[in-house]
Design a protein around this ligand. Structure first.
Ligand SMILES: [Zn+2]
Length: 155
C-alpha cells in the first residue's frame, strides 16, 4: 500500500492525467479517512522480524529518499574505489582511510535522455562515467512511485 505520508523532500509535482483526477481525488479522500482511523487506534506492537535489529516502522512513519529525475545524488568513482580497495588489500593505503574519509565519493546527476534514465558523473582524476539506470524512464518513474518507504528510521 502506498502512503502519501512519505516525505520525499520534493514538492508535489503531480502529473496525473485530467481524466483520472476525480477518481484519484476520491481514492485520496478514502485513503486519508483510512489513515485517520488507523492513526487514532491504539498503537499495536510493531512487527520485529528475526532479521531486524528493531521494530519495523508503521506505514505512516515511513520516509523515502528524494526520488525522481532529474536529481543529484551521492555516488562513487568506480576507478577510485577499485584503487583504494586494492591499496588497502596490499597495504599501500592504510585501512583507516575508509573510516576517516570517503575516497572516490563524487556527485552524480540522474537525468532523462531519449526516454532512458542515465547517471552521469565526473571524477576529477578519472573523467566522465555514464551508466544507464533504466532503458524506460516511465517504468522507473512507476517503480519509484511504488517504493514502500524505509523499514527503519534513516540515520
Ligand atoms: Zn576516480
Amino acid at each position: 500500500m502506498f502512503s502519501d505520508n512519505f516525505r520525499r523532500g520534493e514538492g508535489g509535482k503531480g502529473k496525473g492525467k485530467t481524466g483520472s483526477k476525480a477518481a484519484s481525488k476520491l481514492a485520496d479522500i478514502g485513503w486519508k479517512a483510512f489513515q485517520a482511523v488507523n492513526k487514532s487506534l491504539p498503537e499495536g506492537e510493531s512487527i520485529t522480524p528475526n532479521w531486524a535489529a528493531e521494530p519495523l516502522l508503521k506505514s505512516y512513519e515511513r520516509t523515502a529518499p528524494p526520488l525522481g529525475f532529474p536529481r543529484e545524488t551521492d555516488s562513487l568513482c568506480p576507478t577510485c574505489v577499485k584503487n583504494v580497495r586494492n591499496g588497502v588489500i596490499d597495504k599501500t593505503i592504510p585501512l583507516e582511510i575508509l573510516m576517516n574519509s570517503h575516497p572516490g565519493e563524487i556527485k552524480a546527476q540522474i537525468v532523462e535522455e531519449n526516454g532512458q534514465v542515465l547517471m552521469k558523473k565526473t571524477c576529477p582524476t578519472h573523467g566522465d562515467f555514464v551508466d544507464v539506470m533504466a532503458t524506460d524512464a516511465k517504468f522507473l518513474e512507476r517503480i519509484e512511485l511504488l517504493f514502500y518507504g524505509r523499514d527503519f528510521k534513516a540515520a
